[in-house]
Design a binder for this molecule. Structure first.
Ligand code: URA
Ligand code: CA
Length: 433
């Protein structure tokens, strides 16, 4: 087989066979095919697309390019959740204990990563003593006993995706739905998920800016999942403004605790119940989505979900009394209000820009060696469609630095106030099952 023939075939709009897809994925991973030929092939895929079978075969080839996590010693159906990325997305912290509390095993492998705030592990380290340095055996034992544990990322998962993603980044080929979908799905599958629930974000703060693109990405990933035998469902949710009120590590933990207590922001609660219902249904702990939702609501109401959070935190060395007393979480020195310059309705709250402001305060990493300040961030008081009086606070900035002028200016730029009434935004645009 020759790579030049594969490039020409795709360039001319033909379908690649399973063998041809494996040939280029393995050849690139093993450095026997150079960047320039794979660049040309990626551009051909960008323009010509891939059909359902090709997308499935590409995903499988990327999964098989490296290690696969074996979760077979964990009882039950392992359901993983993936979000295509947003600002202030506290869902993982809520969903883990919530679905575990009704018996769905949550075996979470997580990273730290770059971004506006830390990753799930950084956030959990807001609990003094909490750690993810556990062995694979301990991890499996904990999930079997408590239905939930988190371990740091290890092993050589989907090396083909790492190389291809880096090449796409510099060749103008990131924004291809078959390539994005196979990239995301290959990582989830290699991490051992039996079933996958996807939260595809849409809007100005999301990877996909339009509803049409988000819908196509979601349907593509659901089909890939089914094609490779991993039942998959998806939700398309809004990312024109941050989710919930809190953006920051300890601040989001506090918000997650409130949500598990039944006192969280309405949008975060609703999204967690929607995604959680799909997880519980796929995990076969309820006969229908409706029954799954009832079980989750009941678990919040009875305190079982919150109790599960305590069990989980203390099993990995964290102090569970923090959950009853969130003031034990890292606290910033200063709480500074951002008063509105005019009265009116909030019409824009750029999620990306607010995330960036949180990063300037020290909540996120700029490079992989930066350290994170767990205590800082932003807590919104208003969302799009809310009315605000002149001088009324739009949000609180939590900082360890008294001078936050740069952050304030940035926030004033991205929060728009209209003198005419503005409608609230929908939260969930589509549920795909
Ligand atoms: N996220 C991924 O993991 N892969 C992509 O290709 C795009 C977003
Ligand atoms: Ca939030």
């Amino acid at each position: 087989m020759r790579i030049i023939d594969i490039i020409e075939k795709k360039r001319d709009g033909h379908e690649l066979s399973k063998e041809e897809i494996e040939f280029f994925v393995n050849g690139y991973t093993e450095n026997t095919i150079p960047d320039y030929q794979i660049s040309a092939l990626l551009m051909a895929i960008y323009f010509q697309g891939m059909n359902e079978r090709e997308r499935g075969d590409l995903t499988t080839a990327m999964v098989e390019s490296g290690d696969q996590i074996d979760l077979s010693k964990i009882d039950g159906i392992k359901v993983d959740k993936h979000s295509t990325g947003g600002v202030g997305d506290t869902t993982t912290l809520v969903l883990g204990p919530l679905v575990a509390s009704v018996g769905v095993p949550v075996a979470k492998m997580s990273g730290r990563g770059l971004g506006h705030t830390g990753g799930t592990i950084d956030k959990l380290e807001s609990f003094s003593g909490f750690h993810v340095e556990i062995t694979n055996e301990e991890f499996i034992q904990l999930v079997n006993k408590n239905k939930i544990a988190v371990i740091g990322q290890s092993g050589n998962l989907t090396p083909a995706d790492k190389k291809l993603y880096a090449l796409r980044d510099v060749t103008g080929t990131v924004n291809s739905i078959p390539l994005i979908a196979s990239s995301i799905m290959s990582k989830k599958i290699a991490a051992g998920a039996d079933c996958i629930v996807l939260d595809v974000k849409t809007g100005s703060g999301a990877f996909m800016k339009t509803l049409d693109d988000s819908r196509e990405l979601a349907h593509t990933m659901v089909k890939i999942g089914k094609h490779v035998g991993r039942n998959t469902m998806a939700v398309i949710s809004d990312m024109n403004q941050p989710l919930g009120f809190a953006i920051g590590n300890a601040l989001e933990v506090k918000e997650a605790i409130a949500t598990l207590r039944g006192e969280g922001p309405q949008d975060l609660t609703e999204l967690c119940l929607t995604l959680g219902s799909q997880m519980v249904y796929l995990g076969k702990k309820a006969a229908s989505i409706e029954e799954a939702r009832k079980r989750l609501e009941e678990s919040i109401k009875s305190g079982k979900a919150l109790e599960k959070m305590k069990t989980f935190i203390s099993a990995q060395g964290g102090d569970p009394s923090t959950i009853d007393n969130p003031d034990l979480l890292p606290q910033a020195k200063y709480a500074i209000e951002l008063p509105s310059k005019q009265a009116g309705w909030v019409s824009e709250m750029g999620a990306d820009e607010i995330g960036h402001a949180a990063m300037l305060l020290g909540a996120g990493r700029k490079t992989k060696d930066s350290t994170i300040d767990l205590s800082v961030g932003i807590v919104l008081k208003k969302k799009i469609g809310d009315y605000v009086e002149e001088r009324e606070s739009l949000l609180t900035i939590y900082s360890n630095n008294e001078n936050v002028d740069e952050v304030k200016n940035k926030l004033y730029e991205c929060i728009k106030i209209s003198s005419e009434e503005v409608a609230k935004l929908p939260l969930i645009y589509e549920v795909i099952s």
